[in-house]
Design a protein around this ligand. Structure first.
Ligand code: TYM
Length: 346
């Protein structure tokens, strides 16, 4: 499907990297998809399908760093894949797969663990947040960003569409890849984060100082992509704002209102400041934001119901995705294993 040949990265002259730049991104199946996932990442995954050779994975191995019930993990992995298809990923235009179906992810992670340092992993703010105050911290939580780097480099991905909270992990992935190449020769493609201008940091509606998150229990503060119109409207109406009553965009001084303005802005293709100009009352802004979000999510919700009716088709599609992903990942892993000096099987 994709032309193979000369490409702007020097590596591609040696290895067959497609002319279309590769994209890879992943999502944990650790909870229901929310507006932050959707606007910060998934809408861009959908648009990247046309201009890039795109690989997207449900990162079930990463979810093992959390407390998650085995039956739940299995079900959520499948459900997350359905959500992504409903959001607009098209298996004819991208490769969608489950991380654990491609064994090279953990193999590559080991090679990169032997390249990353304890110091740089200790500086990861997500690790500090998730491990803080705990008596016992899993080793997997510590090495989490290295597995993420492995996910990316296995596909020679140049571009990684993510929300702002993944910025530091992407920096680490770049540093580790550059170090690997310096030590073993030009072997891996150095990735870059693609963070959207709008929607990269959707905040919790009840606690606008912190991001909307799957792992924090804040039902009223989190709009799920599968929430029905009544739920969405209720949550937006109850969103925390402030008492000065003036509609203007100021992230520092008016974080709750700024979040609503940003949501309405991304949903309608405007800037938050433009949106703010049209309102005098918080109530009107909330009503329009709720309506815009209901309309934004309506097609996804309709498609999801259709897809869920045929679980066998989704499983088959994930199997095809894994097969295609394995083809790319195994070639990269072999190249990396060779570079570090592992004796390859005859
Ligand atoms: P995860 O599963 O937490 O989130 C999936 C994507 O959603 C984005 N996101 C947000 N964007 C805007 N506002 C928010 N409130 C918000 N919350 C989440 C995330 O930035 C992410 O893009 N470590 C990753 C998963 C991962 C990955 C990878 C990503 C594993 N391997 C390789 C890219 C490439 C994570 O936990 O995302």
């Amino acid at each position: 499907m994709h032309r193979v040949g000369y490409h702007r990265t020097p590596l591609a002259r040696t290895y067959d990297v497609p002319l279309m730049a590769r994209v890879l991104s992943g999502i944990q199946p650790s909870g229901d998809l929310h507006l932050g996932n959707y606007l910060g990442a998934i809408v861009n995954w959908v648009s990247d399908q046309d201009e890039h050779d795109a690989f997207y994975c449900v990162v079930d191995l990463h979810a093992l760093t959390l407390d998650i019930d085995p039956a739940d993990l299995r079900a959520r992995t499948h459900d997350t894949a359905i959500d992504l298809l409903a959001a607009g990923l098209d298996p004819e235009r991208c490769t969608l797969f489950v991380q654990s179906h491609v064994v090279q992810h953990t193999q590559m992670a080991w090679l990169l663990e032997c390249t990353a340092t304890m110091g740089e992993l200790q500086r990861m703010t997500q690790f500090k947040d998730k491990s803080g105050g705990r008596e016992s911290v899993r080793a997997g939580l510590f090495t989490y960003p290295v597995l993420m780097a492995a996910d990316i480099v296995l596909y020679d991905a140049e571009r990684v569409p993510v929300g702002d909270d993944q910025r530091q992990h992407l920096e680490l992935a770049r540093d580790v890849t550059i170090r690997f190449n310096n030590r073993f020769g030009d072997t891996l493609v150095v990735p870059e984060a693609a963070i959207p201008k709008a929607g990269a940091r959707v905040m919790d509606l009840q606690h606008p100082e912190r991001k909307m998150s799957k792992s924090v229990n804040s039902p009223l503060g989190t709009v799920l992509v599968l929430d029905d119109p009544v739920e969405i409207t209720r949550k937006i109406k109850k969103a925390v704002t402030d008492t000065d009553g003036e509609v203007r965009y100021d992230r520092d001084k008016k974080p709750g209102l700024a979040n609503l303005l940003e949501l309405l802005a991304v949903a309608t293709g405007r800037t938050p400041t433009e949106v703010a100009d049209g309102y005098e009352r918080y109530g009107d802004l909330k009503a329009d934001t709720a309506e815009a979000l209901v309309e934004l999510l309506r097609p996804l919700q309709a498609r999801r119901a259709e897809l869920a009716a045929d679980p066998g088709a989704v499983a088959a599609l994930l199997a095809r995705g894994a097969e295609k992903a394995t083809g790319v990942a195994s070639a990269t892993y072999d190249r990396a294993a060779e570079a570090v000096g592992l004796l390859r099987p005859a």
